[in-house]
Design a protein around this ligand. Structure first.
Ligand code: HEM
Length: 142
């Protein structure tokens, strides 16, 4: 479902609060992913996956960095995320189902960290945004 102008404003607005803490938020989303859905750990066999792993923290910051960068391309996500789409489809071959799991964890983290801002409308906007990102990152599988 396409993002409305209101959705886009909600995404950009909450991102301005997330952007100061990308490592903490990204790390928590990944920790919840690995704990709640342990099958996702298979993609990270080369990582130290202990609870305070510096590798996971750094990866959380990278993933969140990409989510933030994409807010600049809300009208053209496939162009903005093209390189990342190549990586996930051609190199990593992450099962698309996992994007739903990560998005779910990410929404939970936003709800926990930004309870006042996370209204039903903001949740719906971020849900659509994460679906849109996931759609692009899983669009090149063959
Ligand atoms: C790598 C973003 C979903 C597995 C990356 C990188 C970014 C990224 C920015 C680093 C790229 C680089 O180093 O050039 C995202 C975003 C996602 C997403 C924005 C969805 C919102 C997933 C999912 C999985 C996954 C669902 C699997 C459960 C990986 C793996 C790497 C990677 C295994 C390589 C890590 C490494 O070797 O250090 N992703 N990703 N990604 N991603 Fe994703």
């Amino acid at each position: 479902m396409a993002l409305t102008d209101g959705d886009k404003a909600a995404v950009v607005n909450l991102w301005s609060k997330i952007s100061g803490q990308t490592e903490a938020i990204g790390n928590e989303a990944l920790q919840r992913l690995f704990t709640g859905f342990p099958q996702t750990k298979t993609y990270f066999k080369h990582y130290d996956l202990s609870p305070n792993s510096a590798q996971v923290r750094a990866h959380g910051a990278r993933v969140l960095g990409a989510v933030g960068e994409a807010t600049k391309y809300l009208d053209n996500l496939s162009e903005g995320l093209s390189k990342l789409s190549d990586l996930h489809a051609y190199n990593l071959r992450v099962d698309p189902e996992n994007f739903k799991l990560l998005s779910h964890c990410f929404l939970v983290v936003l709800a926990v960290h930004f309870p006042a801002e996370f209204t039903p409308q903001v949740q719906a906007a971020w849900d659509k945004y994460l679906v849109a990102i996931s759609t692009v990152l899983t669009s090149k599988y063959r």
